[in-house]
Design a protein around this ligand. Structure first.
Ligand code: PBG
Length: 327
């Protein structure tokens, strides 16, 4: 055999060589931990379909953030589970709403040591489960929803959020939120835009986590992207950047690596990907059955998401990533 033909395996000979030539490095600095906080909880409630995750009380949320910091993770994304829901999703913008109260608490405890993102949407807060408010025909009213998002952004900003994360896929949401924040004098609060968010069967466990059911067997096809479309994601991302997005996100992750790669190749802002609830649960469930090695698959998937071009990964594995990386 020609000597040159042996080059690939020379670079794989020892762990130290493999480490040296590794093209993609995943670390606890890259990840954001999604966390749920429930208004009614008096003790942390386990979320069956997301093993290791809880609907937190304010106290257990604070303990969890402290634990994450000990494990090297200093970014979190908050989701609220309100006690009361209504047609307007009032809890999303109420200064006493659960996420606003949680933001104040985390700020008091951790100051600038933690980067706090808050999901900005209405679905957790509406009694019909849609991401916006409805018109007289029961359809999601884009522009009326933008007014609600502006109010929620200001409430989150006043409570101390670092980045609001609009996830409702309404047209013009980033521009509307940016102008509301700026008018309110909050140029310092950033926007992580869920820019290319697809209709997905992989959000199932999340909906259990936040107790959301869409009324009348409805779905989100009128606002989230069709998973057969690739180019369209670039338009969504471009519009969000023009409107002031600081970070753009693709969601879910592993089934959209092509989209992540396209986006990473076309923008100059940080690119995030959301490894969603179903992606986590599938790995955990198969791991529990002993059918796959869960840590190995988690490492493979999260590395693939970075390799595709994501700078930041929102993942339910955040709190165990140090262990996964050691594995
Ligand atoms: C909407 C929102 C959803 C998720 C994050 N933000 C649910 C949806 O669009 O139906 C899903 C996250 C996951 O599955 O992990 N507020």
């Amino acid at each position: 055999m020609d000597d040159l033909v042996r080059r690939p395996r020379r670079l794989r000979r020892t762990p130290a060589i493999r480490r040296l030539v590794s093209e993609t490095r995943l670390s606890t600095a890259d990840v954001v931990a999604p966390l749920f906080v429930a208004e009614a909880a008096t003790s942390p409630q386990a979320i069956t379909s997301l093993p290791g995750h809880f609907q937190h009380t304010l106290d257990s949320l604070t303990e969890e953030v402290a634990r994450l910091l000990r494990h090297g993770v200093s970014s979190v994304m908050l989701f609220g589970v309100p006690s009361e829901k209504d047609s307007q999703g009032t809890g999303a913008s109420d200064p006493q709403g659960i996420v606003q109260v949680a933001l104040e608490r985390l700020n008091r405890e951790f100051h600038d040591d933690v980067v706090i993102f808050a999901d900005l949407c209405l679905d957790e807060y509406t009694d019909h489960g849609h991401c916006g408010v409805l018109d007289s025909e029961g359809k999601v009213d884009n522009d009326a929803t933008l007014l609600r998002y502006q109010a929620a952004a200001i409430a989150q900003a006043d409570a101390g959020v670092d980045f609001v994360a609009p996830s409702g896929m309404m047209d013009g949401q980033v521009g509307a939120i940016r102008s509301a924040l700026d008018t309110h004098g909050r140029h310092d609060v950033g926007i992580l835009a869920y820019s290319a968010k697809y209709v997905s069967g992989l959000y199932g466990p999340f909906r259990e986590a936040v107790s959301v059911e869409i009324a009348d067997g409805g779905d989100r096809r009128g606002y989230q992207q069709d998973f057969s479309n690739r180019r369209e994601a670039l338009l969504e991302v471009q519009l969000d950047i023009e409107q002031g997005a600081d970070i753009v996100m693709v969601k879910p992750a592993v089934t959209y690596l092509d989209v992540i790669a396209d986006v990473a190749g076309s923008v100059d802002v940080p690119v995030a990907a959301y490894h969603v609830s179903g992606e986590y649960s599938m790995i955990k469930a198969a791991g529990e059955k002993g059918w796959i090695d869960a840590d190995a698959v988690a490492l493979e998937q999260l590395t693939a998401v970075k390799r595709a071009g994501a700078d930041i990964i929102v993942t339910y594995f955040a709190g165990e990533l140090d262990q996964v990386l050691d594995g």
